[in-house]
Design a protein around this ligand. Structure first.
Ligand SMILES: Nc1nc2c(ncn2[C@@H]2O[C@H](COP(=O)(O)OP(=O)(O)O)[C@@H](O)[C@H]2O)c(=O)[nH]1
Ligand SMILES: [Mg+2]
Length: 262
């Protein structure tokens, strides 16, 4: 408190100090005002925050909480229909569980989300003869590289040794972007400037096998199905993967932007 007052009158000579200190409330009165200030700050942060976790940092289950949750779900790409469904489902669960604490609502949201997504669950099977090779394809900006980053982290957390193949040799920054994800998950990457995407993938699979990797994921450049020469290139990558390892690729993952209705 004192340093706060000290900043305002910098030219104030020392004898004036008693005056400067005078407006400071006594310690006993300080506690509630500090608590109020903290609460206001907390509320403010709740309002500006867009993450789902932040919605539940308040103390009450009220309309504001549901409104913030609605915004956070929409920001997290849940989509209008699913968001509405989740909110209705959640309100029903909160009522049923007679929940009073926002943290309990958070747990109920996890239940609601899990129940909604479970029918779509599909096991990712890793091959007995590693590495499991995955090829990630899709149009530009669909989220291929980001999805690889998430998948890599998930696999690495499950003690799988992952190697990334930077087969998007089309865009200058694509290799750097993938290498950032590799660094984050502490996994290796095979990347070569100006190389042929099929050649990079071929090298990566061989390197993956030599280094005892469980999974090799190839990031490919975005393309439209109408760009026939680029579709031919994709076929070539797939063929070459098969040459590097029989039965591969084990997965070809098509990444689509959920917001475009594809
Ligand atoms: N909102 C949202 N943005 C995403 C998601 N995945 C990727 N992005 C963003 O979409 C842009 C393109 O993603 P990127 O992974 O580079 O796409 P790529 O060209 O298919 O590799 C980037 O700005 C990402 O941050 C997602 O699930 N939700
Ligand atoms: Mg990419």
């Amino acid at each position: 408190m004192f340093s706060f007052f000290k900043k305002k009158p910098p030219a104030q000579p020392a004898p004036a100090a008693p005056e400067a200190i005078a407006p400071t409330p006594p310690p006993a009165a300080e506690e509630p005002s500090r608590a109020g200030w903290l609460q206001r700050l907390h509320q403010g942060l709740r309002k500006t925050g867009s993450s789902i976790a932040q919605v539940f940092t308040g103390t009450q289950i009220d309309d504001a909480l549901y409104e913030e949750l609605e915004a956070a779900l929409l920001m997290a790409d849940a989509g209008v229909k699913a968001t509405q469904y989740l909110l209705d489902d959640l309100k029903r669960r909160v009522k049923e569980a007679k929940a009073t604490d926002p943290q309990a609502v958070r747990a109920l949201l996890v239940d609601a989300l899990t129940e909604l997504l479970r029918p779509l669950e599909k096991q990712l099977t890793l091959t007995d003869a590693p590495p499991t090779v995955m090829m990630v394809v899709g149009v530009n900006g669909a989220g291929k590289t980001t999805s690889i980053g998430k998948l890599t982290r998930h696999l690495a957390e499950g003690d799988q040794k992952v190697l990334l193949a930077a087969a998007d040799t089309f865009r200058a920054a694509a290799r750097e972007q993938l290498s950032i994800w590799a660094d984050r998950a502490h996994v290796e990457i095979v990347s070569q400037e100006g190389a042929d995407p099929a050649a990079v993938t071929f090298d990566a699979i061989n390197a993956g096998r030599a280094r005892g990797c469980d999974v090799v994921i190839a990031d490919t450049a975005g393309r439209l199905p109408t760009q026939l020469h680029l579709m031919e290139e994709l076929k070539k990558i797939k063929r070459v993967i098969g040459k590097a390892q029989e039965t591969a690729p084990h997965e070809v993952l098509l990444v689509v932007d959920g917001n475009t209705g594809q």
